[in-house]
Design a binder for this molecule. Structure first.
Ligand code: TXA
Ligand code: MG
Length: 319
């Protein structure tokens, strides 16, 4: 198993040797390696069992560092950065040659992000290179929101996980592309659509409901537990289910006909922020319960973080 701790110097030493480190962010834990080293990046793809057509996000300490690996920043993108960085927002820009092609799967755009976590910001500011970091889970599985989640799945392939506690936001960053004619949201996430529309009213939202994604990696089935997952109207979903074998993600009131042990509360007070923080933990816990053979959930209000939560629920159900 990997060591879990707060030793930034240890993390720096490993990263300088092209090794990988689990890092905390406000969204989910990342599997980080030197973004300028082909060896380190190759090892990220191998460790995650990730297909080479699915590009990585490059994490930086500050905007000046981002400037060093992109070909210019449009004004609107700069406005978003100033407003929301550090924070759960990833911005796609034209890439400079200093970023190896393997990072972007050969695309000429690079995904850039400054995460909002004190440990990781400290780490980034003490490194001479940015960090490529996908979520620290095997490809297609649920993203980790605690160091233990990372250790459970990747602990045999990495040496160290920086312990930043539980992730505040709990779902991945929102991705906005400035590589298209009109700025386009490629993934809904921790920064709400509404807050981005305040700055870019014309922003397009790419609907991911396709099994032939416009952007690589935006596969319909993703973030999926191993257990069968069904999304819809609870009373309809319950009709053909054995209550003892049915797990349930709830938002507000529990389901009277199911054992309480089989129910994971996303937010008793119906807070979308609390639900997003708990979502992946809930999916994992139900997935790990040996009695549960099917997990059911209903869509949350389609507003604020609810949009991103519903997107993850739909993907989990699209196995
Ligand atoms: O919150 C997050 O963004 C987390 C933390 C660790 O920062 N990272 C994360 O990375 O979710 P990952 O690799 O699991 O998801 C990144 C997504 C992928 O679906 C990938 O296809 C997309 O970003 N992406 C990255 N670079 C891209 C590019 N140049 N063009 C289109 N999509 C890109
Ligand atoms: Mg991921």
């Amino acid at each position: 198993m990997a060591l879990i701790g707060k030793d930034i110097d240890a993390a720096i030493r490993l990263l300088q040797e092209d090794k990988l480190v689990g890092i905390p962010t406000e969204t989910v834990y990342g599997l980080a390696g030197n973004a300028l080293s082909e060896d380190a990046v190759l090892s990220i793809f191998k460790t995650k069992n990730r297909p080479s057509f699915d590009p990585l996000i490059v994490h930086a300490a500050n905007k000046e560092q981002v400037r060093s690996f992109v070909k210019g920043i449009p004004n609107t993108a700069e406005d978003l950065m100033d407003q929301f960085w550090p924070g759960p927002l990833t911005i796609l820009l034209k890439k400079d040659n200093i970023i190896p092609d393997i990072v972007t799967s050969g695309l000429d755009s690079v995904a850039c992000r400054i995460p909002k976590h004190p440990l990781t910001l400290d780490l980034l500011s003490r490194l001479s290179f940015p960090l490529a970091a996908p979520s620290a889970n095997p490809f297609g599985y649920i993203s980790p929101t605690t160091p233990t989640h990372v250790n459970q799945q990747l602990g045999n392939s990495i040496e160290y996980i920086l312990d930043g506690g539980d992730c505040e936001i709990g779902i991945e960053s929102t991705i906005v592309s400035f590589a298209e004619e009109v700025p386009t949201i490629l993934r809904l996430g921790g920064k709400s659509l509404e807050s981005i529309q305040e700055f870019i009213p014309e922003v397009k939202v790419n609907d991911h409901s396709s099994s032939e994604p416009a952007a690589p990696g935006m596969l319909k089935s993703h973030y999926a537990p191993a257990t069968r997952f069904e999304l819809g109207d609870m009373s309809l979903l319950l009709i053909d289910k054995d209550p003892m074998e049915t797990g349930c993600l709830i938002f507000g009131d529990p389901v009277p006909s199911l054992p309480l042990n089989n129910q994971f509360q996303l937010s008793a007070s119906k807070s979308l922020e609390e639900a997003s923080k708990n979502l992946f933990k809930g999916m994992r816990e139900l997935d790990e319960n040996p009695d549960i053979r099917v997990i059911i959930a209903h869509p949350l209000p389609e507003t604020g973080l609810g949009r991103a939560i519903n997107d993850r629920l739909r993907r989990a159900a699209a196995q």
